[in-house]
Structure formats: C-alpha cells, structure tokens
Design a protein around this ligand. Structure first.
Ligand code: ISL
Length: 555
C-alpha cells in the first residue's frame, strides 16, 4: 500500500476539558495542553486529535458549535490555540481538529436566523417540517433519548436534531450549507492544522422522505438503515475532498455510527477520494443487547476477534483502518476489555496496549489509557454530567426501572467514565486543577497517576513508550500482513504480522487463568521474545493471566 505519515503515525486523543486546567476554573484548557506537550512528545506519539475547542454553549461539551472559526474563551481563546499549534509543530507533532459538521449549536447565528420565519434565507440550513397528525413528523428517536424532533414556538414547525435539542442537524442538501462548510474546512487548513476527525460524518446525508423506522427501540438498526449512509453521502464527501481536502497534506478520519462491513470500504477506498480512515463501532457496540447500551450482554472473545479479522480482510490493500479501544464516548478500555481489579490491572492494560500497537491500521490512544485509568463509580446520578447518561437515566425512570440497579449500569456504561480528569499525580484533584473540577476525579488517583508511573520502569506508561518505540522502528508492524491464528479460541488472541523477510507473532491471553498455546498452529518455536508484560519466565507454551508477548522471527 501507499506509504504515508498518517498510516505510520500514532494518534493521542485529548479531551481538553479533562486534561489539565491552568486557570483554576476547574475546566481543562489549551494552556494546560501546552504545558504537557513535552510529556506527550515523550510518549513517542506523532499526532494529537483534539476534541472540539470551538465556541460552544457546551450542551454536549463542545460537540455543539456556535462559531466554527472561534476558539472558546473557556479553553483560552485563539491566542492559546495559535501557541498550541506552534508548540506542536516545533516538536514535530501534528494536530487533528475535531469537526462537527452534521449539526451546529442552536446558538449558532445560522440557527438563530433559521428559526425566525419560514421565509428566512437561513431556513433551509436546517430541516424544518410541519406536524404530522398533530405529532412529530416521524418516529425517529434521538441518540440521547426522546424524539429527534422539537417543535419551535415561533413558526410552530419541528426541526430535526439527531442529538440533543440544542444540536439541530444541518441540511447538506442546501448547496449554500456545503459552501459554508467548505469555507470552514479551508479556514482551518490555511491555519496549518494537519487533519480532521469528522464527527458522525456517516449521518450528513438524510433520507428526505424521512420514513418511520419499524421499531424506534431497535436503535442500532434505526441508525444503520435510516440515519446513516444516506443517498448523497459519498457525493458530499467526494465534493469536500475535491474542493478542499485534496489541496492539503492532511489526514481525515470520519466517525461512522451505522457504518459496517458492507459499506465501510466505500468511505475509505484509496481510489475514491473521500476519507483516509473511519471509526466503525463494530467492537464498541458489541456488548449492546436488544435494549441497547444499557442492556449489556457478555461478549465471547471469538466475537471480538472476528471484528478485527473481518475488517482487516475487508480493507487490506484497498483502504486503511483505525485501531482504537476507547475514546471520550465509551467506558475505559481496561475496565471494559481488560480487568481493572488490582491483581490484573497493570497486565491487562499492557496487553491492550500491545493489541493497539500491533494491529494493522493507525493506532489511536485515548488520554489516560497510557496509565490505565479506569471506570469511575459515583454514588448517585447527581455526580454525572454527560447528557447521554442523564437522558438514559430519565428514560429509565419513565419506564419504571429499579434505579438502584440502573445506577450500576451507569457505572459500567456512562461516557463520564472516560471523562474524569486526567490523573497527573497524587496531589489535590490529581494535579488536574487547583479549582473544583467540572467532573469529580476518580478516587484511585493516589495509585494510578502519571508521576508515579514515570519513575517505575515496569509501569503501564513505560510499557506504552516501549511498545510505541517498537512499532515506530518496525514498519512490518504498520504495513505488514495480518492473520489471526485462532479465531475460535475462547481465551487467547494470537495473530501474526509479516513482511518479506521477517514476522511477528502476538500472543495475548485475555483471561484470568494460565492458558496453553500448544494447540495454536504457529511458528512460535523459532521465534524470540521482543517484549512482554511480565518481567520473567517467558514460556510460549503457557501464558499466565493477561500475559502478552510480542515475538519475532526471520522468514
Ligand atoms: O456515545 C455514544 C454511545 O454512548 C455514541 O452513540 C455517540 O453518540 C456517537 O458515536 C456519536 O458521537 C459523536 O457525536 C456526538 C457527541 O456527543 C460525541 O461525543 C461524539 O463523539 C454528537 O456530536
């Protein structure tokens, strides 16, 4: 495949609200990121994906933008941003901005105009519909509970909002909207940013007859069949690429709810000039039961492996993948896919790091995962901030659920698990802020923090550094072929990566018990150990709980 910096690069994702507060107002800011640039560089990563920092009323923590060209004063304004970009480029780090183009804030000038009257020139910037039989125009449910339509008093029509009611969906059918969007993207390209993560880009083209879904409660299906992959999606992406993106050396990664194996390649095929990469969610929604996220089911390891195997097979030689196990919208990866009990915490976090850094596709590391930050369990709902969590909580009350049980689901599934402040040290508020943090710090910061792990050569943090250095030094781990050697095995994930002259074998024990590898058909005997998460006795026959080995041999 064609080589490029964004295939070889390793991405570190920052949720700025929770990274580092320098002003004392309890909200992380851009100066905080600047303060930590040397730390970020020391990880060995190449690219920072910065979650939204634009002006926003923060109904959804920045994913509701009221001015696409201005940086929020809460985060330090545009001076801070310019300094950040300069500080990053000085260190050879690239910046990927988060762009939210499916919807704006209802406080954006366009929407303020749009609501005013049916003949306002901005009316068609959004989707307005009259009532149908005195009710909403259709039965669509928003991502955050309740109808996706809200009636506005001024004109008594409904507007579409697939997310909160303060996030009206933009009407990409309107060429003026697309022109505005092209200008915004060009504005940031000219500023010198190096790429974009495009929020819910799979949703930008709508089915204009807005058909009812068969079953609004079957949410996954509604997203796939009704909200995502609309009729003009590829035309819009192609146009954006042609008019703006192709003129710059930048990377793009589209967030893709509703994208699956049947259509994923259409977004990233190298001949199609649309996006470089997408985030699909096949492994992230894998534990959603019939009732969705708050109805979780157990996931056998083969099902998890199959997602990686199938996607690699689908994309290989034609498009490029994104490898991630967590972000600001999901539980902490070690609590979810590893084991965050004291005994297994460190090894399982390192095992997941090895997975992230040995798969084919660009690696994305979410802030705090490099020290194994875990889920949080606040005692009551009052501690939670996330609009999705609160919406689901209110729906559960309406359904008459047992809320003492439901809080346990919130502990497991809330997006706030990933949004607790970064744990820098064991001082007040984990070194995140001198003020009251906007979201409470996870109380395990005494034990899990950057400062402590810096000094410990066998820490999770230092394991990340080593794994990153290994990947960066060995392009076989980037471009080499991939094959899973044991898809059916319930406990072990074993795969190889190989090039013309050498090969790696990755052995991962996803269980709390020792497992034998004797039944795995692999050339393990001739290999030597490159790195492991255990310090001693590296038998390849028996893998201890959560043991991870990267092995190498010449072909
Ligand atoms: O968070 C989710 C599940 O709990 C997802 O359904 C998520 O809402 C979806 O992947 C879209 O996420 C993106 O757009 C949202 C924003 O709230 C998320 O933070 C963002 O990543 C709306 O802009």
């Amino acid at each position: 495949m064609k080589k490029s910096w964004w295939k070889e690069g390793i991405v570190y994702q920052i949720y700025p609200r929770s990274y580092k507060d320098t002003s004392g107002n309890g909200i992380g800011d851009i100066y905080g990121i600047i303060e930590k640039l040397d730390y970020i560089k020391s990880l060995g990563v190449d690219i920072i994906w910065l979650c939204p920092v634009y002006e926003s009323p923060n109904d959804d923590n920045g994913y509701d933008i009221s001015n696409y060209r201005a940086i929020s004063e809460d985060f330090g304004g545009s001076d801070a941003f310019d300094k950040l970009l300069e500080g990053m480029h000085d260190r050879g780090l690239k910046l990927v901005m988060d762009l939210v183009l499916n919807h704006s804030s209802d406080e954006h000038e366009w929407f303020k105009e749009s609501r005013k009257s049916k003949d306002n020139p901005y009316r068609d910037y959004y989707f307005w519909k009259p009532a149908k039989n005195d009710k909403e125009p259709n039965n669509w449910v928003s991502f955050f509970s309740g109808s996706a339509w809200l009636k506005d008093d001024i004109t008594e029509e409904y507007f579409l909002h697939l997310f909160t009611k303060k996030q009206p969906d933009l009407n990409w059918e309107n060429p003026k909207v697309r022109e505005e969007i092209h200008d915004i993207v060009e504005f940031w390209c000219k500023k010198g940013v190096d790429g974009f993560r495009m929020d819910v880009i799979s949703l930008i083209s709508k089915q204009l007859d807005f058909p009812d879904t068969e079953d609004p409660k079957d949410y996954g299906r509604a997203i796939k069949n009704y909200y995502a992959n609309g009729p003009r999606i590829h035309e819009y992406l192609n146009e954006l690429n042609k008019k703006v993106l192709s003129k710059y050396d930048i990377m793009t990664v589209g967030e893709g709810p509703g994208i699956d194996l049947s259509n994923g390649l259409d977004y990233v095929h190298e001949d199609r000039d649309e996006l470089n990469m997408i985030f699909h969610f096949d492994h992230m929604f894998i534990d959603n039961g019939a009732g969705g996220k708050y109805d979780p089911i157990d996931v056998p390891l083969p099902k998890f492996k199959k997602v990686f195997n199938d996607w690699d097979e689908k994309l290989k030689g034609k498009g490029w993948g994104s490898i991630f196990l967590g972000n600001h919208d999901f539980s902490r990866m070690v609590s979810r896919f590893g084991n965050d009990n004291a005994e297994h915490h460190s090894n399982s976090a390192k095992l997941l790091a090895m997975l992230l850094l040995t798969m084919r596709g660009t690696t994305y590391i979410y802030q705090g995962d490099e020290i194994g930050m875990t889920n949080v369990a606040y005692p009551t709902i009052d501690y939670y901030n996330d609009v999705e969590t609160l919406g689901s909580w209110n729906e559960a009350i309406k359904r008459g659920e047992n809320m003492a049980e439901f809080i346990k689901l919130v502990h497991k599934q809330s997006r706030d698990n990933a949004r607790t402040p970064m744990q820098w040290n064991n001082k007040i508020n984990s070194g995140f802020s001198e003020g009251k943090p906007w979201l409470n710090v996870n109380q395990n910061y005494d034990n899990i923090n950057v400062e402590r792990q810096q000094e410990d050569p066998s820490s999770i943090l230092n394991f990340y550094r080593k794994m990153i250095a290994i990947r960066k030094a060995n392009n076989v781990l980037v471009y080499g072929d991939y094959l899973c050697l044991n898809e059916a095995d319930e406990n072990l994930f074993v795969y190889k990566r190989w090039g013309n002259s050498d090969s790696y074998i990755v052995l991962l024990n996803f269980s709390n018990e020792t497992q034998t590898t004797e039944h795995v058909d692999a050339d393990i005997k001739a290999s030597h150990l490159v790195i492991s998460n255990y310090n001693n006795n590296h038998s390849f026959n028996n893998l201890r709980p959560w043991e991870a080995q990267l092995r190498h041999y010449l072909i």
